[in-house]
Design a protein around this ligand. Structure first.
Ligand SMILES: C[S@@+](CC[C@H](N)C(=O)[O-])C[C@H]1O[C@@H](n2cnc3c(N)ncnc32)[C@H](O)[C@@H]1O
Length: 236
């Protein structure tokens, strides 16, 4: 891992939900299956990333490994990063149980991972970039750009607030009201931590950061006023 100056952001200190906590890791998949449509998310990711058999793909913030595992069925090699050793252990076990052996799970993140000389064909990151403040998101995006081949694909999905929303208080109250009953308490505290302590930004900020980091946004999808998916192409 690269040596960083003292003033650098420490991405290993978790903001908001603590994904180094073993219990949190254990319950993460169950909660996600309940509140997300993982099958649809995988489909969208595969359609946009369009992985090819000879591709080498990097996932940053892989969590419990679901997306790396699906990607690994369509490409040569996946490098899957996370800053939480607990998440990585869980993901390694899941990959083993599904007989996937072309994924390397490595401790590291947006700011600290040191790629080798081989550039990636594609980079994927879902629901992880919001752990960095905007200044550091830009550093992360420039680093991703530098690890990709020219015309390489970068798929980013994250919590990003839509500028079309007039009343964010109402959006967030509705979000909390609509959590399914059986996961209401645990998800409500996770959402509240997200809003209070994590660093989700606005669509116009995110689009500016992506473009200034050297990408063209080929396709963007905004869902429910707070989720964005982008297919970005490395231009320079
Ligand atoms: C909300 S989970 C998302 C996991 C998975 N991508 C998904 O979609 O289910 C966020 C993940 O990002 C990881 N993370 C937080 N900060 C990170 C960083 N700076 N670099 C890489 N991963 C990070 C956390 O440890 C956690 O596993």
């Amino acid at each position: 891992m690269r040596k960083l100056p003292e003033w650098y952001y420490n991405e290993f200190v978790q903001t908001g939900t603590d994904y180094t906590d073993k219990e949190e890791v254990m319950s993460y998949d169950r909660k996600m299956q309940r509140i997300r449509n993982i099958g649809e998310e995988v489909k969208t990711m595969l359609r946009l990333v369009d992985p090819r058999p000879d591709d080498r793909v990097l996932e940053i913030g892989c969590g419990t490994g679901e997306f790396s595992i699906e990607l690994s069925r369509h490409c040569r090699e996946v490098i899957a990063l996370d800053v939480s050793e607990g998440m990585l252990e869980y993901a390694r076990e899941k990959a083993r149980s599904r007989n996937r052996n072309n994924i390397s799970f490595i401790k590291g993140g947006f700011l600290t991972y040191e790629a080798d000389d081989e550039l990636f064909d594609a980079v994927v990151s879902q629901l992880a970039l919001h752990h960095l403040p905007d200044f550091w998101k830009f550093t992360a995006l420039k680093r991703i750009n530098s690890m990709l081949k020219t015309a390489g694909r970068f798929y980013l999905r994250d919590v990003v607030f839509s500028s079309g929303i007039d009343d964010f208080d109402e959006l967030i109250s509705k979000l909390l009201e609509n959590i399914p009953e059986d996961v209401k308490d645990e998800m409500a505290s996770e959402y509240i931590l997200h809003i209070k302590e994590e660093f989700s930004t606005f669509d116009w900020v995110m689009e500016g950061l992506i473009e200034r980091a050297g990408f063209r946004i080929e396709e963007s999808i905004y869902d429910n006023g707070f989720i964005a998916s982008y297919l970005c192409i490395k231009e320079k």
